[in-house]
Design a protein around this ligand. Structure first.
Ligand SMILES: [Zn+2]
Ligand SMILES: [Zn+2]
Length: 236
């Protein structure tokens, strides 16, 4: 016999599903946030990519901008280009309070980790400035990281990396230089929990890589041995 609270929470879930049915962000079909058809046809970023920034690179070698700016991050990988269904899903997660979509989206991250055998010890979400958390009510990267840890059993470390500079969102309209300036020095690692650890940084979108790089610099200053960035999508 199931405990009463489990039966009650399942009951609440059933009522919520009836009142607010899940709708596919891609085609509108009722039943799930991403239907099986849209899941299957989700565009993927597949090799060959630049081993550092993860952008498509026909040669599979380091791209020109990674040659010019080596940086602290060991590598960035993303599941999809930032377009179509993935863009809709991330928009829902960030701006339409669609927190529950973090569950299927984190599955994509978990499958990626499992299939690529990327070796990491801990998961750290890219933090938002406290003011932005207050405005949005939650950190979307924190939701993704929490669900990823539930699926993989990796430990979630959410109290080491802080964002103390309130910067503008990284947008396509900014120049590369503006994006780097916007986040450089915005993060700090406040204790030694990550000393010697291989860290997996989680974010929703990688625009230029500047945010992940600024986080990696702070984490390595704090003693992290290795920092990989994994995002759902990236601007190409
Ligand atoms: Zn669909
Ligand atoms: Zn590159």
């Amino acid at each position: 016999m199931k405990p009463l609270f489990l039966l009650l929470s399942r009951g609440v879930e059933v009522v919520l599903d009836l009142l607010f049915p899940k709708r596919c962000v891609g085609c509108g079909q009722i039943g799930s946030f991403i239907c099986s058809n849209c899941w299957r046809t989700l565009p993927r970023l597949v090799p060959p990519v630049c081993p550092k920034c993860g952008k498509p690179q026909p040669s599979g070698l380091l791209c020109a901008s990674c040659w010019r700016k080596p940086g602290k991050i060991d590598g960035i990988r993303s599941i999809s280009p930032f377009e179509g269904i993935m863009q809709e899903a991330i928009h829902g997660l960030k701006y339409n309070n669609l927190k529950a979509i973090s569950v299927p989206l984190a599955q994509l991250l978990a499958i990626y980790l499992e299939t690529t055998l990327l070796l990491v010890d801990v998961v750290v979400p890219v933090p938002l400035h406290p003011k932005r958390v207050w405005e949005r009510g939650y950190n979307q990267s924190g939701l993704l990281a929490r669900e990823l840890c539930r699926l993989t059993g990796l430990p979630l470390i959410g109290d080491c990396l802080y964002r103390f500079k309130y910067s503008l969102p990284q947008t396509k309209t900014m120049t590369a230089e503006e994006r780097w300036r916007n986040v450089t020095g915005a993060f700090s690692c406040c204790n030694s929990k990550l000393k010697g650890k291989r860290v997996l940084l989680i974010d929703d979108v990688c625009t230029s890589g500047a945010t992940l790089e600024a986080c990696a610099a702070a984490l390595k200053d704090g003693g992290a041995a290795m920092v990989w960035g994994l995002t759902l999508a990236r601007e190409i």
